[in-house]
Design a binder for this molecule. Structure first.
Ligand SMILES: O=C(O)CCC(=O)C(=O)O
Ligand SMILES: [Fe+2]
Length: 384
């Protein structure tokens, strides 16, 4: 599918109507996916492919295109896939999962409180268990969120980074080095590796859309990239060992949602818990595969492709007696980029389903809906 280069670097204002449409569009999308019933829809099984991306590091374009074709096929169906042989060293992955455990298990509560999410206008910091809610479910997960800073980027960035709301102050909150010695160094190593992998994958996504390989590169010179450490306690009461049709039977770790950005790279510990909503409306487990990342298409790619690539709804239920840790990395373009449907993704005579939105504003709006009352808790407005 050929697509002309969009005017992505032009910082057009996103007006209130457009944002409202984006907000309700995302909500309607989620509701329609949750409400869809098995009967008349496509056949199971719903497969989450495993893609060995080692050929994508080849100097030969046709090797890279081969991997891009596999990615395309996954994006058209499940919107989720595993990648193996991705180049991020195993010790780097093990180390970040260990730090997650150290953070949640050894950092005293008052030190976590000092980094509470409510002190951030950007969704950063510590989220206690049962603090946030998506789709009305109170979530058992505990989290720690942080965003891009130039020190976490091997390229050093271009010096033009802007926060979600267009401000430029340093928004991350970190534990004191004396409280968790070595924590920041491990986070930096992991983040910088995964950011470079995301830039590499973005080129494959471009190829998968028959765009020039470097199409998205200018949009990721100071990219948004929120990462989180997540802890899911074991279920307090017995839950069915596989997804159950009745939501009431579940103890929700993280409520049903789609991700907001371009795509997500998820690292998880050996405990299962991630569940993906199939096109037939059934929850399908996505168990961890050692040494892999789970990649999922998120809303920006869905919007660019006019819904051709699926931003699939997912959730987490820890059904095991084990603790689960995970580290999602939500890869965004520069927050000042405007996301607009790629002309090549609109069928002849068709129309773009999604109005243009500015990356940072859209994410902020979506984050604001994840409170228990859905009314937001940041109380800030974008200043782009
Ligand atoms: O923890 C997981 O397995 C998934 C996390 C997730 O979907 C998210 O944070 O958006
Ligand atoms: Fe997610």
């Amino acid at each position: 599918m050929a697509a002309a280069v969009a005017s992505h670097q032009i910082a057009q204002p996103t007006d209130e109507t457009t944002l409202n449409e984006a907000r309700s569009g995302a909500h309607a999308y989620l509701q329609s996916r949750l409400a869809s019933k098995p009967a008349a829809l496509k056949q199971e099984p719903f497969e989450i492919p495993i893609i060995d991306i080692s050929p994508s590091f080849s100097t030969c374009l046709s090797d890279r295109k081969g991997v891009a074709a596999e990615i395309r096929s996954a994006c058209l169906t499940s919107g989720f896939f595993y990648i193996t042989n991705h180049g991020v060293p195993l010790p780097t992955c093990s180390a970040i999962l260990r730090e997650a455990q150290r953070f949640f298990k050894t950092l005293p509560r008052e030190k976590k409180e000092a980094m509470h999410l409510r002190n951030s206008k950007l969704g950063y910091g510590w989220e206690p268990s049962e603090y946030t809610s998506i789709a009305g479910d109170v979530e058992t997960k505990e989290g720690f969120n942080f965003g891009y800073e130039e020190g976490l980027d091997k390229t050093g960035g271009d010096g033009l980074y802007k926060n979600l709301d267009g401000t430029t102050y340093k928004g991350n909150m970190w534990p004191e080095e004396s409280d968790l010695p070595g924590f920041y160094a491990v986070v930096r190593e992991y983040y910088s590796e995964v950011l470079q992998l995301a830039r590499h994958l973005f080129r494959l996504f471009a190829l998968s859309l028959s765009l020039p390989e470097t199409h998205f590169d200018p949009m990721t010179t100071h990219p948004g990239g929120i990462a989180r450490l997540l802890y899911y306690p074991p279920a307090k009461r017995p839950v069915p060992s596989s997804p159950h049709p009745s939501a009431a039977a579940e103890e929700i770790g993280l409520g049903a949602h789609s991700d907001y950005e371009c795509f997500t790279l998820l690292l998880c510990s050996s405990s299962p818990g991630l569940e993906i909503l199939s096109p037939t409306g059934t929850w399908t487990a996505a168990p961890p595969i050692p040494g892999s990342f789970i990649v999922n298409v998120a809303d920006f790619l869905m919007r660019w492709t006019n819904g051709v690539y699926k931003s699939t709804v997912h959730r987490v239920v820890n059904r095991s007696k084990e603790e689960r840790y995970s580290v999602p990395f939500f890869f965004s373009v520069n927050y000042d980029v405007v996301i607009e449907t790629l002309p090549g993704c609109v069928e002849e005579g068709g129309r773009a389903m999604y109005p243009p939105i500015r990356a940072g504003e859209y994410i902020l709006e979506r984050l604001n809906t994840t409170t228990k009352d859905g009314k937001g808790y940041y109380g800030n407005e974008a200043v782009f």
